[in-house]
Ligand binder design. Structure first.
Ligand code: ADP
Ligand code: MG
Ligand code: MG
Length: 907
């Protein structure tokens, strides 16, 4: 017998569990326990741990032997606290069976309400409540949920599209409503419900071939098993994939006494956020429905009422708030809101139910929020002294900054445009895209490179993949706590919900609004921050630097030790990066001047240089090229005055620059005075089978020292001239693709020679510069101690290092990487997230060996990884001095570096 405790009780002012036991009890269970201990009214219940889920899957879907006894004991406690008995004909207790993983997975897994209703207990409950309509309403809900979740999904039945048992039963319910002209479920009478319940049971038997169980314990354990099964349901798996959550975690199951929001007009249910999750405003924010059970609010079945004045908007202004209709209960709820924030020091997302004027809390968890809200809440709570600097820095995820820096619809363009439809602002920013009507279409269109907006009546958990693929989401129904809003907010995706004017015809792939018809593929613009929909494409602008953002970043900067530089090659990029807080340039690629606008002239000269087969020919071409090289270097050094600038020597695979068209070749041959035959032969010589591992980087400098000399001269002359003008410059010369110390030495000799010449030319004794190398070849890591004898700094080029470590050609991974990720051979793309186990070890070894030779060797990274949060954390831990990334990622790197220092402090 093991002594593992599998069941944790809560309720009646005490609990076995605590909020920090989320791994074991799941988020929901841990926080129900915490609330119970705080004396907050929570219906009593018990949590079956995630270990049982793991056990269940490891042991052929069997439970641990001791579970039954533990669960029965816990149930007895619940019965005592609630003063009713499960399955008792006279005084029956009903239970909810709720899933709850470590991290919330909105709507992904299953919940069964009202378990325990059966022919034996129905009369007792009617007698107890005096409310037969309520009892039959609860019963029909149980049947609907149970048939769907337990008898169909968990049993592995795969119905045809649109023919799930849930839809068939929904359809029967709709028929009754339509026949009687009812506006909502609340209009169904006792008689209607009784007939429906009988019809449901017959239908279930007919479709699924089994009877709906009439035994309370069979219902209870059926529901528990179904919750465990839902962990491995399709939706849950695909959600975990998107969110990067491990499959091994498992879910807990919460069994809890039912309380009823559907017992009449003094009963209600609602969902709220302790602060506004879209804007971050410190205002209690929520929605509620009178005479309803919990799932009604989230499902968007009726437009929910506003919680209070602060929550009123154009859609719900005409409806009574809870504050108006039940002021005392609202006050109590408001008190609990304050209590929870003081206790958890963070914004909470809560669920509550009011049974005949009596308030019960059903859930609290840290609320998902947009990037804007995250920033505002972090800064507000810090000012309120609810959290300290460090906590505030941890409150904004680096990925959310992306969203803060995201484009928005240009207000000027908006002022001139006509609003096509209005909805609720559920997810921030702007989005322009072609409209599609199903999640599958969204995924398919996006896969072929289209930018799409997903239009749905309302979304459900089956739509997540399409929601992910779309740049924006627009629904006709649902409130701020609907599924679409919840999911979009979590992802920081532009989203508008409840735009009631939209008539969406998913089957016909048509949208009708404002007397206009839109077809699949037509373009709309969404302003998710304001909830406005526009016809066609409006101009977008970058979100302007807001002062709060700047203040937040300053706090982060005061904490981090890792410096953040940028990869930039033009004065204007450098300027942008400084605006984002870059502290230097970590990678200036000399070859950039041969690409893009203004590149024609230097490119032609470069080609002459490459194609000439004599040193003299090359020197002539290089002399012509010199002013171009120097101009960009000097201008960039000037913009970065006072900050270090790492300039990498030319590193292009030469073949990329060999002209292919006959016209180009003829022009070149003329300019070089070569015959076409000679030129073609030279091109042939330059052809390489594997150019990425060919004649590039330092190898060029070894074969053609004059190319390196030109660059040393451009850098040193620029520095000398700028210094003479009183500009402080700090150039670092970086030699790429080095594998051997001797390569580096050979180039250093050239640099020193040029240095002497330039000093003489400008009449100065010395021009300060650092001489270092890019470490991007495994051999360089392995011999870093030797290389550090010559290099004054290392900069890890982790793009090439990843390529060489994995033996993956960066340009060809499209052919197999998706499958590797799908089949989980790789957890993530190693070109995006630095692979700590391989590339990371080489980097660590390189740093360690390098610093054995030179203890204060300056070390940085300049691959794409330098702006990726997980990789930045690695760089921090590995003891690097700086990371370098593209300008737009600089704020992300700054925040990641601060968070790394908070979690893993170093000097
Ligand atoms: P989810 O994780 O999808 O939010 P929940 O377990 O929170 O699922 O259940 C969904 C809804 O069911 C809740 O919002 C709540 O309103 C209702 N519910 C759950 N347990 C109870 C209960 N014990 N009494 C009344 N309603 C409940
Ligand atoms: Mg919930
Ligand atoms: Mg490289």
């Amino acid at each position: 017998m093991s002594n593992t405790k599998y069941v944790y009780s809560f309720g009646g002012g005490t609990a076995d569990g605590r909020t920090d036991m989320k791994d074991l009890l799941g988020g929901k269970g841990a926080n129900l326990a915490e609330m119970a201990s705080l004396g907050i009214p929570v219906p009593a219940g018990y949590t079956i741990t995630t270990e049982v889920c793991t056990y269940y899957y490891d042991n052929g879907l069997k439970y641990p032997a001791s579970l039954d006894a533990e669960a029965n004991e816990a149930l007895t406690k619940v019965e005592e606290i609630m003063g009713a008995k499960f399955g008792d004909p006279g005084n029956p207790l009903l239970l909810s069976v709720r899933s709850g993983a470590r991290m919330s997975m909105p709507g992904m897994m299953e919940t069964i309400l009202n378990a325990g209703l059966c022919s034996a207990t129905i009369p007792g409950l009617i007698k107890k409540t005096g409310n037969p309509r309520f009892v039959y309403d609860a019963y029909r809900r149980l049947i609907m949920m149970y048939a769907d979740v337990v008898m169909e999904k968990a049993a592995g039945v795969e119905p045809a599209e649109g023919h799930g048992i849930r839809q068939q039963l929904d359809h029967m319910l709709e028929k009754v409503k339509n026949r009687n002209g009812y506006a909502s479920d609340a209009d169904l009478t006792e008689a209607d419900l009784k007939t429906l319940v009988d019809g449901f049971k017959t239908k279930i038997k007919e479709v699924l071939g089994e009877d709906f169980p009439d035994d309370p314990y069979e219902q209870l354990w059926g529901a528990v098993g179904a919750v465990f099964s839902s962990w491995n349901g399709k939706r849950a798996i695909s959600y975990r994939r998107i969110e990067g959550l491990p499959d091994e975690w498992g879910t807990a199951v919460n069994v809890q006494a039912m309380v009823f929001g559907n017992m009449g007009d003094s009963s209600a249910t609602g969902v709220a956020f302790t602060r506004n999750p879209a804007t971050g405003e410190n205002k209690f924010y929520g929605e509620w429905l009178v005479n309803a059970q919990g799932e009604d609010v989230v499902a968007g079945i009726r437009t929910p009422n506003p919680l209070n004045d602060d929550t009123k908007n154009d859609q719900n202004r005409h409806l009574d708030s809870l504050q108006q209709q039940m002021p005392e209960v609202y006050e109590q709820l408001f008190g609990i809101r304050n209590n929870l924030e003081q206790h958890f020091h963070d914004m909470q997302d809560i669920e509550f139910t009011i049974q005949e004027g009596h308030l019960w809390m059903l859930q609290t968890r840290t609320g998902k929020r947009t990037g804007t809200a995250a920033l505002n809440m972090a800064m507000d709570m810090r000012e309120e002294k609810l959290i300290d600097d460090r906590t505030s820095v941890m409150r904004v995820a680096p990925a959310q900054l992306d969203e803060l820096l995201h484009p928005i619809v240009d207000p000027k363009a908006e002022a001139k445009a006509d609003v096509l439809a209005k909805g609720l602002p559920a997810g921030p920013g702007g989005a322009i895209g072609k409209i599609v009507f199903t999640a599958d279409d969204a995924a398919r269109w996006a896969a072929r490179g289209e930018t799409v907006l997903l239009l749905r009546e309302e979304t459900n958990p089956e739509d997540v993949e399409g929601m992910r693929a779309a740049v924006g989401i627009l629904t006709a129904r649902g409130g701020m706590t609907s599924h679409a809003a919840l999911v979009a907010r979590g992802w920081g995706k532009c989203c508008i919900v409840g735009a009631g004017a939209l008539q969406i015809d998913s089957l016909g792939r048509k949208l009708t609004v404002g007397g206009k018809v839109f077809n699949e593929g037509d373009v709309l613009t969404l302003n998710g921050t304001r909830g406005l929909v526009y016809d066609g494409e409006l101009a977008m602008i970058d979100a302007t630097e807001n002062p709060r953002f700047a203040a937040f970043m300053e706090i982060a900067d005061s904490i981090r030790v890792l410096k953040v530089r940028t990869n930039a090659e033009t004065p204007s990029d450098a300027q942008t990066a400084i605006g984002f807080g870059a502290e230097g340039i970590g990678l200036f690629r000399t070859e950039h001047m041969f690409y893009g606008t203004g590149s024609e002239e230097p490119l032609f000269i470069l080609r002459k240089m490459i194609m000439s087969d004599t040193v003299d020919g090359r020197r002539t071409a290089l002399d012509e090229l010199y002013p171009f090289v120097k101009k960009d270097i000097k201008a960039t050094l000037e913009v970065m005055a006072g900050k270090p600038v790492t300039i990498r020597l030319l590193d292009p695979p030469l073949h990329e620059f060999v002209p292919v068209s006959d016209g180009e070749r003829t022009k070149l041959a003329e300019a070089l005075g070569m015959s076409m035959a000679d030129l073609d032969r030279r091109a042939e010589e330059l052809h390489e089978l594997n150019p990425m591992m060919g004649h590039r980087g330092v190898r060029l400098g070894v074969s053609y020292p004059e190319i390196s000399e030109l660059q040393f001269r451009a850098i040193l002359e620029s520095a000398a001239e700028l210094r003479a003008d009183g500009v402080e410059v700090d150039p670092e010369i970086m030699v790429p693709v080095v594998g051997m110390k001797k390569e580096l030495e050979a180039q250093l000799a050239l640099a020193e020679k040029v240095h002497a010449e330039v000093c003489e030319k400008y009449g100065v004794k010395e021009i300060d510069y650092l001489y270092g190398t890019m470490i991007e070849i495994p051999r360089a890591c392995l011999t870093a101690d030797e290389i550090a004898e010559t290099a004054q700094f290392f900069s890890f080029g982790t793009n090439d290092l990843t390529q060489m470590t994995f033996g993956f050609s960066r340009d060809d991974i499209g052919g197999f990487l998706p499958e590797y990720l799908d089949r989980k051979i790789l957890a993530v793309d190693p070109f995006q997230v630095l692979d700590r186990d391989s590339v990371g070890r080489l980097v660590e070894m390189g740093i360690e060996k390098g610093r054995t030779t030179k203890p204060d060797l300056k070390v940085g990274i300049c691959g794409e990884h330098g702006g990726e949060p997980n990789s930045v954390e690695f760089c921090h831990k590995a003891g690097m001095n700086y990371v370098s990334c593209s300008p737009f990622r600089v704020p992300i790197a700054r925040l990641s570096a601060a968070q790394a220092q908070i979690q893993f402090p170093r000097d």
